[in-house]
Design a protein around this ligand. Structure first.
Ligand code: SF4
Ligand code: SF4
Length: 336
């Protein structure tokens, strides 16, 4: 669909938000008491922040929950009964105020969850998702979207993209049919564009991702991985906060005769991630796990999924307890 540009007054945004949250699950950013930015379902509009740089956790849980039941089972003497999850009960979710890097990540997740087979759990949640994005007018030293082919006002992944105008109102780019569906709920809130300039932050490019990908093709045995991962403690936080990391574990949990099979987030940073039942571990040391993380995102994914596995949100660096900075490492890698 052709993009339409409208403007929406600040007061009208509140009306739109209230209209949506009265009838849908709206997931919006708020500043928690500990000053961390987190997404909550249907907070009051007064709580919703428009001034965040990044939330501590990404919003990938709306399409890939931290823990997700796959089916329930019941064991009788001679047979077991399986009860499937009714995916038609998954509700529509409106994401409000997510930044362009996080919105672009949905396309990367889609490429992972449909690469070999179509993951119907992911697909159904993705189908029910409507994204009202917000361009970035703020950034910090951890942001590097411009190094991975994005910008602070990329429209990729948004159904509507809001961008702050210099007079405090917002430009609304209506990008998809889902976005158009939101507009038709209250078309009078969307007015003709005023000619005001949008306010978008500048994010300095730190590396060239194409050069990094070329360099990685011959860097598997390089000492770079050992030298640059010695302080990594393998906590896995970088994967848990990442909007594009999609590894999961599958477990059965049984109580008496009944149980459930579920999947939960996992991380290639954990030593146990690749441990075989035999005791052999093909990634025995942390440098091999760190190499895997970078290789997967900047070499294997461009080859297999035709996209990078990183949107430059900077969460893994800002959240790492020992200051491993992925952008600095990619910049160094480019020059080895
Ligand atoms: S890079 Fe940092 S966040 Fe990631 S596993 Fe290592 S110590 Fe944890
Ligand atoms: S690897 Fe780090 S910077 Fe890249 S998308 Fe994941 S959390 Fe963000």
């Amino acid at each position: 669909m052709e993009t339409t540009r409208k403007s929406i007054r600040k007061q009208s945004l509140e009306k739109l938000y209230n209209l949506l949250s009265a009838s849908r699950k709206v997931y919006a950013p708020v500043i928690a008491p500990d000053k961390q930015v987190e997404y909550k379902y249907n907070p009051d509009f007064a709580e919703v922040t428009f001034e965040h740089i990044r939330s501590t956790l990404s919003v990938k849980n709306v399409v890939f929950p931290k823990v997700e039941n796959l089916f329930f089972y019941s064991n009788a003497k001679t047979e077991s009964t399986i009860t499937d999850i009714d995916l038609n009960k998954i509700p529509e979710i409106v994401l409000w105020g997510t930044h362009p890097c996080d919105n672009a990540a949905f396309d990367i997740l889609r490429s992972i969850f449909s690469w070999d087979i179509n993951d119907e759990f992911f697909s159904k949640r993705f189908e029910k998702l409507v994204v009202i994005g917000l361009s970035c007018h703020l950034s910090d030293e951890y942001c590097f979207c411009t190094s991975v082919g994005l910008t602070p006002n990329s429209a990729k992944g948004s159904d509507i993209l809001l961008s702050r105008l210099q007079n405090g109102d917002y430009q609304a780019e209506i990008l998809t049919e889902k976005g158009n569906g939101i507009v038709t709920l209250s078309p009078e809130l969307f007015e003709p564009i005023s000619g005001e300039e949008v306010t978008v932050t500048e994010v300095k490019q730190k590396f060239n991702h194409e050069q990094v990908t070329v360099k990685l093709a011959s860097a598997f045995e390089n000492r770079f991985w050992i030298e640059n991962s010695l302080r990594c403690i393998g906590c896995g936080a970088c994967a848990y906060v990442c909007p594009t990391c999609a590894c999961f574990d599958i477990q059965d949990e049984t109580k008496g005769k009944n149980g459930k099979r579920y999947r939960s987030w996992d991380s290639c940073g954990f030593g146990l991630f690749t441990l075989h039942t035999s005791g052999h571990n093909p990634r025995q040391v942390q440098s091999q796990r760190w190499r895997q993380r970078i290789m997967h995102k900047f070499s294997y994914m461009p080859e297999r999924n035709e996209s990078l596995g990183c949107v430059g949100c900077g969460r893994c660096s800002s959240g790492c307890p020992v200051d491993m900075n992925i952008a600095e490492q990619l910049e160094a890698l480019q020059n080895i």
